[in-house]
Design a protein around this ligand. Structure first.
Ligand code: SAH
Length: 346
């Protein structure tokens, strides 16, 4: 939470940290709970907090504390209810969040970093590298701002926007604690999903720290050779080692893992790839989510043909692997993450 130029964002503080702050100002502990509650309701100013003494709020503002909600720089609304938003924070950093409506409720996809340094060759977010990490409070701020913008409740959060969550592990955990706290938003841990490109130390820690949170792993290939071709991270954390860590994760937590697999025309969408993947996952507590590639301008890859998507799905299903094809929400807007930011800044 340091070194970002946003050190005094009050949204970063856990209830315990807020308690320490208000008691330092000579106030009773319960004031922290009140402030935390207002923040969870989306208060945009200290002066919305009617039941908190004005002298405390003024003292906090004088000390430099602020409520770090982002500004809306751009917004796209799809006919299916998807809202994609380009947010900016006070240092000018721009990130994307997406609101989606599903049968099971409303969901938001948030970013964990400004840019990304993982270098996946099909992804738009990584094209300019990593600018900085987001803080837990800035992740929370995306949820609060999107709730305000859409006027809708948000029942699920997925950390699948820009950035690699396990490259910013501590702040992702801070975010999870903040949004889960019953004095704030009170979002259930089982309603949160974190997606990683496969940073093994993160997977191991995650199983210890928050076993109730859902884990998704971006696999995108049935073997090391193919994975290395699109995902540089595979050179550091090899396929066998990754699958081993994933299996241990399911054994330790008893939770199913979701494997994400973006289908790229002529690269990883053959029936042979499906058969090899099925062989890898036989008998696993796992689920494969097939994503027809979102084509990114400036990237060479094309999305798999619909027939090949169906064949790939059937080949997995026929071998007993649980599989879904991701509904392409917001296909009439700049759906793939990182694209809104790039298209605007070009
Ligand atoms: N860094 C994390 C989360 C961010 S991306 C991760 O790698 O999991 C969320 C998902 O979208 C990942 O599975 C990622 O590989 C995938 N993705 C990125 N670019 C894509 C594109 N152009 N089309 C389809 N999926 C893409």
């Amino acid at each position: 939470m340091s070194g970002t130029g946003t050190d005094k964002n009050i949204l970063d503080l856990t209830p315990d940290e807020l308690e320490a702050l208000v008691t330092r100002h000579g106030e009773k502990k319960f004031r922290a709970k009140q402030i935390f509650g207002w923040l969870g309701k989306g208060a945009g100013s200290f002066y919305d907090m009617h039941n908190v003494p004005a002298r405390l709020l003024s003292a906090l503002a004088e000390e430099g504390w602020f409520i770090g909600l982002p500004c809306v720089e751009d917004e796209q609304r799809s006919e299916d209810g998807t809202v994609k938003c380009l947010f900016s924070f006070s240092d000018g950093s721009e990130i994307e969040s997406v609101f989606m409506k599903y049968g099971y409720g409303n969901s938001i996809c948030i970013s964990s970093q400004v840019g990304c340094r993982m270098g996946c060759s099909f992804c738009a977010s990584t094209m300019d590298g990593l600018a900085r990490n987001l803080t837990g409070g800035e992740m929370l701020a995306q949820v609060l701002a999107m709730r305000d913008l859409t006027g809708e409740d948000i029942g699920h959060v997925v950390i699948m926007g820009m950035g690699e969550p396990f490259d910013n592990y501590d702040e992702v955990i801070r975010f999870i604690r903040l949004i889960n706290d019953s004095d704030g938003c009170g979002l259930g841990l089982r309603n949160i999903t974190v997606s990683t490109c496969g940073l093994i130390p993160g997977i191991k820690k995650f199983a210890e720290d928050v076993p109730q949170v859902n884990l998704a792993v971006s696999l995108h290939a049935p073997n090391q050779k193919l994975r290395e071709r699109t995902m540089p991270v595979a050179k550091k954390y090899g396929y066998d080692e990754l699958m081993d860590a994933c299996r241990k994760y399911t054994e330790k937590t008893g939770r199913r893992i979701t494997f994400e697999y973006a289908l790229i025309d002529g690269v990883n969408d053959s029936e042979d790839c499906a058969a090899e993947l099925a062989g890898r996952l036989a008998g696993w507590l796992a689920h494969v989510n097939l994503i027809p590639l979102n084509e990114v301008s400036g990237r060479e890859y094309r999305k798999a043909q619909p027939d090949n998507v169906r064949r790939f799905r059937d080949a997995l299903e026929g071998r007993g692997v649980a599989v879904t094809v991701r509904r392409t929400l917001g296909s009439d807007i700049d759906a793939a993450c990182g694209q809104l930011r790039r298209n605007r800044n070009r």
